[in-house]
Design a protein around this ligand. Structure first.
Ligand SMILES: *Cc1c(COP(=O)(O)O)cnc(C)c1O
Length: 395
C-alpha cells in the first residue's frame, strides 16, 4: 500500500495526483483564491456564517436514517445519510454556499460556473440569489436542450445561462468557456462544483462537503454507541459527495470506504463512466488525475444513465485514495441502478436520485455480517429523474 494522505501538499498534490496545470494567464486568479481560502475559510466568523446558513437555509443537519427494510433485505444494519433532504435536493448546495460566502468576503460581485446536467448550475444560481451576486452559467448547447427544466430553474433564480457551442457542445466545452471567461474577467469568482479542477479547488470543495461525515460521526455515536461504521458507500462522479462522506474517516483505517462508479451499459461495453477502473493518468480541467482517454490522449465520451456520474474524470483525492488502496471501487450498470431505485422507493418510501441509486445497488455486491453497520450516502432525491423513471418503469 502506498502511503495515503487526504490532505494535499502545498502544491496541491495527493500522491502523484492533483496540482495546478493552468495557463499562465490564470496564475494570478488561482493564487488569489488560494490565499483567500487558506486565511478566510479558517476564521471563526466565516465558519459561523457558513454553519448558520447550512442550518437555516439548507436544513442541516440532515438525518442519518436507519433503514429497517433495506437492513432486513441485506441482513445487516443500513443507515442512509439523507443529503436528498438538503434544499435544492442534493449535497451540491453545501459547497456552493461555502464558496459563495468566500467570494463575498473576497469582494467579488459576479460568479461564473459551468454545468452539465444543470444540478450544479441550479445550486450556484440559488446561492447567488441568496447572497445578491450576479450569476453566469455556461452550459453546452446540447445540454441546454436536454435539461430544459434545470435551465428554467436557473433563469427563474436570476442566472444568465450562456450556451457553449464548440466541440461536442457538452460539459467539457462549457468548462473551457467558463475558464476563458475567468481569464478575461479576473474580477469574477469561478465556482467549481466537485472535487476537481486546479489546486486549491479539490481541497476546498472537500473541506465544504466534509460537514457530511462530521455529522455522521456524531449521529452514529448517538444511535449506535460507536462513531465508526464498518463501511461507507458513496457514488462518484467527480467525487464531492464521496469526499464529504469519507472525509473524517480517512484516517480510521478499519472503516471501509467504497466508491461506486457508473458502469453505464457495462464496464467493457464502451459506454461507461467508470473512471477509476478504466481511466489512465492524464491532465483534465487543470489537474493531474485519472481520465477516460484513448492511448494518444483523446478524451473518451463517458456514458451513464445518471447525468451527475456522466463525467470523464475523477478528482485527484479519489485517484490517490484508490491507487493507495485506502478506498475500494465498485462499478454499477444503468440497469442495476434503476433496479435499486425501485427497491429503495418500495421498501423505504424514499425515491433516490439515479446517482445515489448506484451506491444503493452496490449493497448487492457486498457481504456484511448481521452486526455490521453500513452507511450509504444518499446524495440526492429522485425528483429530477422522474422522466427517466416514467419511461423505464412505464409509469
Ligand atoms: C452531481 C451529483 C453527483 C455527482 O457528483 P459528485 O461530485 O461525485 O458528488 C451525485 N449525486 C447527485 C444527486 C448529484 O447531483
Amino acid at each position: 500500500m502506498k502511503t495515503f494522505s487526504h490532505r494535499p501538499n502545498d502544491r496541491g498534490f495527493y500522491g502523484e495526483f492533483g496540482g495546478a496545470y493552468i495557463p499562465e494567464l490564470l496564475h494570478n486568479n488561482v493564487e488569489e483564491l488560494k490565499v483567500a481560502f487558506e486565511t478566510i475559510c479558517h476564521e471563526a466568523t466565516f465558519n459561523q456564517a457558513y454553519t448558520d446558513l447550512l442550518k437555516q437555509f439548507v436544513g442541516r443537519p440532515t438525518p442519518l436514517y436507519f433503514a429497517p427494510q433495506l437492513s432486513k433485505k441485506h441482513h445487516t444494519n443500513i443507515f442512509l445519510k439523507r443529503e436528498d433532504l438538503c434544499h435544492t435536493g442534493a449535497h451540491k448546495i453545501n459547497n456552493t454556499i461555502g464558496q459563495a460566502l468566500l467570494a463575498k468576503r473576497m469582494g467579488k460581485t459576479t460568479i461564473v460556473a459551468e454545468t452539465g446536467a444543470g444540478q450544479h448550475g441550479v445550486a450556484t444560481a440559488t446561492v447567488c440569489a441568496l447572497m445578491n451576486l450576479n450569476c453566469i452559467v455556461f452550459m453546452g448547447e446540447k445540454d441546454i436542450e436536454r435539461q430544459a427544466p434545470n435551465v428554467a430553474r436557473m433563469k427563474l433564480l436570476g442566472a444568465e445561462v450562456l450556451p457553449a457551442s464548440s466541440g461536442s457542445k457538452t460539459l467539457k466545452d462549457a468548462t473551457n468557456e467558463a475558464l476563458r471567461f475567468w481569464i478575461n474577467h479576473p474580477e469574477t469568482y469561478y465556482l467549481i462544483g466537485s472535487v476537481v479542477g486546479p489546486h486549491p479547488y479539490p481541497a476546498m470543495v472537500a473541506h465544504f462537503q466534509a460537514v457530511i461525515s462530521e455529522e455522521i460521526k456524531v449521529q452514529l455515536q448517538a444511535q449506535t454507541g460507536n462513531s465508526q461504521p464498518t463501511a461507507i458507500l458513496a457514488c462518484v462522479g467527480g467525487g464531492s459527495n464521496a469526499a464529504g462522506a469519507f472525509y473524517h474517516y480517512f484516517e480510521a483505517e478499519n472503516v471501509r470506504l467504497i466508491a461506486v462508479e457508473a458502469a453505464g451499459e457495462g464496464l467493457h461495453s464502451g459506454k461507461s463512466a467508470a473512471t477509476s477502473l478504466l481511466g489512465t493518468p492524464g491532465i483534465l480541467h487543470g489537474s493531474f488525475s485519472l481520465v477516460m482517454q484513448t492511448n494518444d490522449g483523446q478524451v473518451v465520451e463517458p456514458h451513464s444513465i445518471s447525468a451527475g456520474l456522466d463525467y470523464h474524470g475523477i478528482g485527484p483525492l479519489h485517484a490517490h485514495a484508490i491507487q493507495s488502496k485506502r478506498a475500494e471501487t465498485i462499478a454499477i450498470t444503468d440497469e442495476e441502478a434503476l433496479e435499486a431505485v425501485k427497491t429503495c422507493s418500495r421498501l423505504e418510501g424514499i425515491i433516490p436520485a439515479l446517482e445515489s441509486a448506484h451506491a444503493l445497488a452496490a449493497l448487492n455486491q457486498l457481504n456484511f455480517k448481521p452486526e455490521d453497520v453500513v452507511v450509504v450516502n444518499l446524495s440526492g432525491r429522485g425528483d429530477k429523474d422522474m422522466n427517466t423513471y416514467m419511461n423505464h418503469f412505464d409509469l
